[in-house]
Design a protein around this ligand. Sequence first.
Ligand code: ADP
Ligand code: MG
Length: 584
Amino acid sequence: MTGRRTFGTLGFAALAAAVIAVVGLLPMDSYTVHILVQTATFAIAVFGLTVVLGLCGQINLAQAAFFGLGAYAVGLGTTALHLNFWLAMLMAVALAVLAGALLGMTTLRLGGHYLAMVTISFQQIITLVMVNWIPVTRGPDGVSGIARPPFFESANAYLGLCVFAMAAIGYFVWRLPHTRLGRAMRAIRDNELAASVAGVNVYRVKVAAFALSAILGAIGGGLFASGFAYVSPDQFSFAESIVFITMTLLGGVSSPIGALIGTGLLIVLPESLRFMKSVPGLYLALYGLAIILIIRYMPDGIWGFVQDRVRRWLPPAPFTGPPAELVLTRGTAAGTRVALQVRDLAKHFGGVKAVDKVSFSVSQGGVHALIGPNGSGKTTTLNVLSGLYVATSGSVLLGGRDITTLPAHARTAAGLGRTFQNIRLFRSMTALENVVIGAEQGGARGHADHARLVELARAALAFVGLEARAHERVTGFSYGHQRLIEIARALAGQPSLLLLDEPGAGLNSSEKLALRDLLRRIADKGLTILIIDHDMTLVTEVAHQITVLNFGRCIADGGVAQVLQQPDVIAAYLGTEPDAPAFS
Ligand code: ADP
Ligand code: MG
């Protein structure tokens, strides 16, 4: 292991030296060097957007502010503070982490339009500080005489350094989607709620994405400042943030290769159209038209378009060997006889008592059904159990452990798995990738080994009968199969209790039979299931215990045959709710 690591480090150093030497020795005129330094440093900042916007789906309209923060830290650090370039760069990164994490922590609970607005405000504040805090930033005059690091003083050598930094950071960002953190980011981008239920700590991952994006912005800015020896506030305005965003969208938002393509184009294109300056406005019009055309016909950017073509020609290699048997370790390792204990649980929405002092317990092993007419509070109960809603009062014990106040992802880690009434899959991913996230964030937390996660995900997919199509995008599956993938994702998290919200809804009769068999096979493996369903045939065939809700209250609880004979249960279904499904 250490031998391999030493070898890797040596190889990396050799590559670095080679890049710097080759770029440093190439004969180039100063104009070309200038354009290339700009491209390399901008690209690093745009890689930051690849992380926060492309991977994590969070809008950041302040990347120019982070770029400026880095540029000013290096600018003022090497001039006013007489720091070494590297120390100044370290200061830039530290400032960016601080600002990025702070901005993230205070705003990321907002999301959407609010997040966009707050990042714009942050951008404007930084610009105002640069312009008006004259004693420190020197105001509109800017900072000049910025130093370069030793050995990289010549234009070519410095370009070599920038290209190397860009390549190294680009490689890191390119690998990121295939790491645990990167997969968590993609899950959040695709479906935040499902991500949290699959075990992702949504808030922490978002803050990490924001901080990472800020760091890359600052590194790009710091290198930019030394490259041009001069910085001024107008270089880091809101308009520049828009340019950064356009670069990512144009090239392809989810890959650093796209970021590099977009950056290169938006720097080179205006330069190459400059000869048209004799006709005022023509150059801007053509430039705008080109961008509109590309974004119109390549919605995933240029690189997204290319990747799509490549994927069609080169489908991923099929698996070798049969899938492993799915092992539900936690389900069988019975700690207590009671899997779930719900005590006086209530959830009020203003005046609506959606769940009103409900108590029941689910014993270890077998299938427990939660039924009731539409609007009786079943889904709300499940949402409170899985931590998506905070309980108004009452408590929830999972295997004897009080989980009432835990956030959703922590409940998943504690052994809860669930599916949704409206399917929530990670839509940009394959079936396998969806299930890998369930495996990684849930029960297999300790196992960082990717091959093992894939094995587990494969086993879960095979268990629901979809292993042969593991590499297909989930959007290509039928509705019924998407439900199965959701169940596989929950199973891969190795839950001790599986919550299913109307898994039979929208399935045809043969799919329902398959679902019934699947539920029986899951129960046979020792995993406890709490299922909500309207289909009384399904419920009576698989469940041994039933809890009935009506108007948020528990009106019956016990063995199947006994509960279904109770007059108030029959009345709740047939009497008061004309359009509620009958026992059919
Ligand atoms: P079920 O799943 O049994 O059909 P729900 O749990 O979805 O019922 O809903 C129970 C009641 O709570 C309904 O009256 C519904 O309108 C209300 N409700 C559910 N979610 C919310 C919410 N987020 N805000 C306000 N009311 C809600
Ligand atoms: Mg419901």
